[in-house]
Design a protein. Sequence first.
Length: 569
Amino acid sequence: MKSPEMEGLDEGWIEAGFLKRRSNYSPVILFESTDPKRLQQLKRFVLADPSCNEYDSILVFDQWRGLMRLTEQDGQLVTSEYRRTQKQNSSALGRRITGGEDGGGQQLAHVKAVLKEVDEKLQKEKTLFIVQNLSENREWETGLQSALRSWATDSELITQGSTIFLQTADANALLDEFTRELVVIVTVDPATKEERRHIIANIARELELELSGQKLAELVLATAGLNLHQLESILLESFFSENRFDVAKVKNLKSELVRKSGTLEIREPHYTFHDIGGYDAVKQFISKYIINVLEDSERAARFSLPLPKGILFFGPPGTGKSLFANALASEIQLPFLRLVTENIYSKWFGESGQRMKGAIRMAEKMSPAIVFVDEIDRFGKRSSGFGDSAGEESKRVFSQFLEWLGEPDRQAIIVGTTNVPDQLDEAFLRTGRFDYKIPFLYPGAEARVEVMSVHLGLVEGGRHDGPPLAVGKEELLEFLRSEVVPVTRHFSCAELEELVLRAKRLAFDRRAEELAPKDFLEAAETFRIDKQQRKSTIRETMGQAKRFTDDQQFLESVQDEMSLDVADN
């Protein structure tokens, strides 16, 4: 019979491990999970499931507590110290390795001593051996991989029916490639949607909280990606601090947990298309081919129209690529995750691949979501190293990211930005990896007016507050068109935002009560921009757009809107 605390939990991952064992793939099963509640679930399963009654003994090893026997009394898990007779290891070295003496036996705590002791039981008795909380392996000290290789191919152990379960965060960090080939690796889902629903409802019932169906659905969505332990802890912290399950509080606590990983951040998508001046051609294209498909996913499915999986924004710095990614997440109301590219690579061998793997797994569990990858060219090219460890790490990360991009079942929508699309590997740009490749150029004449209007708070629905103006809105807009636009040719969006800020500073410094038209012209005079370099950049980006963007009509509309000034070259 299941324990009440295990009710509603998915046991598919445990059953998958036992199925592999019964099928003789390997007697060694490794479960990838750091969730303590999953470990408790595994232990309760092996004590409660009738098929596990055939085991003569169930042993658990933890590096801190040593080797223990696992039993159940009155519905509670009980572990007792496993002790062996002194005569089996009576040398001074043996006593030092295995720990202090107590009566007629010795406590087993050292990994190598434990493995040697358990080895005999695995071959002579039908034994279930659980190794928990291992995060690293010093093979010369533990002999772990040697033991696993032997057990995985030991015909007597296999015939006896013994099983070895390992629980760790990452198989790659614990075992080498050869050993991984000999064991079964099962990746454990942090928490399924139904598990989260059950746990939230159960904890609310225990705390005597009323939850509406809508509130429950919001919490289930907000907690995507959390494991069972994290879910319970966040719910309790929200209750103890707010006396309720507050969705905003839950999101903030989840964001803190994700940030600790160092490789992903959850960001609130504050901006919308109202906060972006100009770029109407891009807005229309994204609305038509991306937002509409995502918002009407059921109809898209009837047409067998796949949802977009990857979008690449490319163009010069300061043209609004990152802002568009944020606005896209807001428009389609999806979580906005940022892959912290600067934290992926590590000086320690193997750690970069582990970090990328963890980030991908975490992002997928929180998806559907927008996963924003700024400067995607960090991963989008093969290493040119000469076989050194750094080159191997770069190749590993590249391969992981490339495989993720091409994964047909991927739930995350990857939005990448780059200033140098020419440096991306051809495999990245191949059809099927990025559905759309969208160029961002410097804004044209009318677009520049719209950008400045946004930052002056003149656009309805925008987030920017406007300063007091010395003239009316229409008069100011006309002044911007006739006087400011000609002197801001080839300005980026970021520079136009800075121009508005400088105009405000000038008005403030001269102790004016209102922002006057002349402040914009004075602000424009403070900029030093290499116009010839900008013209060269426009020509280069248009060349890239013609190579990478395969929608001719969209390309023509982008060129007309964003690069009207190119005719002045």
